[in-house]
Design a protein around this ligand. Structure first.
Ligand SMILES: O=C[C@H](O)COP(=O)(O)O
Length: 253
């Protein structure tokens, strides 16, 4: 039985004061962590403060990106060592916005995944197709190729602790959600790819999130799909009540 994981991706939103206020609103109100794992992936400048505020309680704190090197002359970048030192536990890797606007490739995603695992961070590895690829019937080939490239040279025991986020690019921030069946079908195909790579036992342990216009009123049907184990949520993670509602629905799955 895989525990659902709800991760908020705040992207480039909020001020520090707004982030602090969100944390004080949700703390103590998150459903039982034994039933649902919750994470907020915040902008870098807020991470230190949010780790302090969380005091090891839910929601955990995650980053939205990292550089694969431990240190060096990489102006503007943040390393896994620095994230770990702050007490950050999760990191999103290969979000489609990073791939589109910041030239991230399957190779850089693979290097970051190796580095995150090597430093004890839990990676949330993002994959997903464009609208054109979906219309041409290439969704599963695209996503399977991204998964295989991301997990190249990752051992089964390391892979077991990772999270994959399936985010159809056309559904991000658009209000268009894949139907639960469409999302479930792609997540099943991702698990089949993981099973090819690692065997069924490991593939069954890896949690697969859906992301793309997830809201409190559609998360229930998405989580009802057998291969969807949580959600990576942008817009609907910004308001405390909405985030709490998502966590609550997930905790009852
Ligand atoms: O990382 C989150 C996704 O990009 C989804 O964003 P959204 O929920 O605003 O569509």
């Amino acid at each position: 039985m895989r525990k659902p994981i709800i991760a908020g991706n705040w992207k480039m939103h909020k001020t520090l004061g707004e982030a602090e206020s969100f944390y004080s609103d949700v703390q103590g109100r998150i459903p039982d962590p034994a039933k649902v794992e919750t994470v907020i992936c915040a902008p870098f400048p807020f991470l230190y403060r949010l780790v302090q505020l969380s005091e090891g309680m839910a929601p955990s704190v995650g980053a939205q990106n990292m550089h694969e090197e431990e240190s060096g002359a990489f102006t503007g970048e943040v390393s896994p060592v620095q994230l770990k030192d702050l007490g950050v536990r999760y990191v999103i890797i290969g979000h489609s916005e990073r791939r589109e606007y910041f030239n991230e490739t399957d190779d850089s995603v693979n290097r970051k995944l190796k580095s995150a695992l090597g430093h004890g961070l839990t990676p949330i590895v993002c994959v997903g197709e464009t609208l054109g690829e979906r219309e041409e019937g290439r969704t599963e080939a695209k996503v399977s190729g991204q998964v295989k490239a991301a997990y190249a040279e990752i051992s089964p025991s390391e892979a077991a602790g990772t999270v994959v986020a399936y985010e159809p690019i056309w559904a991000i921030g658009t209000g268009k959600t894949a139907t639960a069946e469409e999302a479930g079908d792609v997540c099943r195909s991702i698990r089949e790819t993981l099973s090819e790579l690692y065997g069924g036992e490991i593939a069954e342990k890896i949690r697969i999130q859906y992301g793309g216009s997830v809201k409190p009123d559609n998360i229930g049907e998405l989580l009802a799909q057998p291969d969807i184990d949580g959600a990576l949520v942008g817009g609907a993670s910004l308001e405390p009540e909405s985030f709490l509602r998502l966590a609550e629905v997930a905790s009852n799955e």
